[in-house]
Design a protein around this ligand. Structure first.
Ligand code: F6R
Ligand code: ZN
Length: 186
């Protein structure tokens, strides 16, 4: 076999488009996210509107393997709160992840198991090392799609239930500006 004819998987860095591999796309609708927004009821005004899509290469999982995926988080707000991903801990808590900002602007919100939360700005070229034992969520504070590449252990799994009070920080628009605010009970 001629190795030169084998095309590797490809990522268009400017847009986050993945190609040359088997892909899986999962779209999350606003209507699925009523529990995460302060004004959750407002998500039911446009329940079928896509909030974000995750494309990933359909590669084999297993101990020691990695998954590669791109999140496209669309611009928008629910009340004064910017569109965001659901956010999760990994089921295998010790397993971290790396995010790379590709386009758009936003924040990566992280929170450890002691409830301490912090954010990092996400933009084209930003690199984010998410430690183990740390929940994470993307927030789109811009007017374009926020796209970020993620690489994580295929065995990490996702735990969406272990932040019963949500994250301790919220990212809202106030007087036309991005504001990161602490919330009681997360
Ligand atoms: C994988 C990972 C990302 C997210 C994606 C959607 O571990 O962190 O691929 O899965 O940004 O967010 P969630 O999974 O919180 O809906
Ligand atoms: Zn993750």
């Amino acid at each position: 076999m001629n190795d030169l004819l084998i095309q590797p998987f490809q990522l268009a860095w400017a847009t986050g488009a993945l190609s040359h591999g088997p892909l899986i796309r999962k779209t999350t609708l606003l209507g699925d996210l009523s529990a995460i927004f302060t004004d959750g009821d407002a998500t039911q005004l446009f329940p079928d509107r896509p909030a974000y899509a995750v494309d990933m290469f359909d590669t084999p999982g297993g101990e020691g393997e990695l998954y590669v995926g791109v999140t496209h988080l669309y611009p928008g707000k629910v009340g004064n709160e910017y569109f965001m991903t659901r956010g999760h801990f990994h089921q295998r808590r010790e397993q971290g992840e790396v995010y790379f900002g590709l386009q758009g602007e936003g924040q990566l919100l992280m929170q450890n198991q002691q409830g301490q939360a912090w954010t990092e700005p996400v933009f084209a070229g930003s690199v984010h090392i998410i430690p183990g034992y740390t929940a994470h969520r993307l927030i789109n504070t811009g007017s374009q799609t926020l796209s970020a590449l993620a690489v994580w252990p295929s065995t990490a799994g996702h735990d969406y239930t272990s932040l019963p009070h949500g994250f301790a920080l919220r990212v809202i628009e106030e007087a036309g500006k991005v504001r990161i605010m602490a919330v009681k009970h997360g």
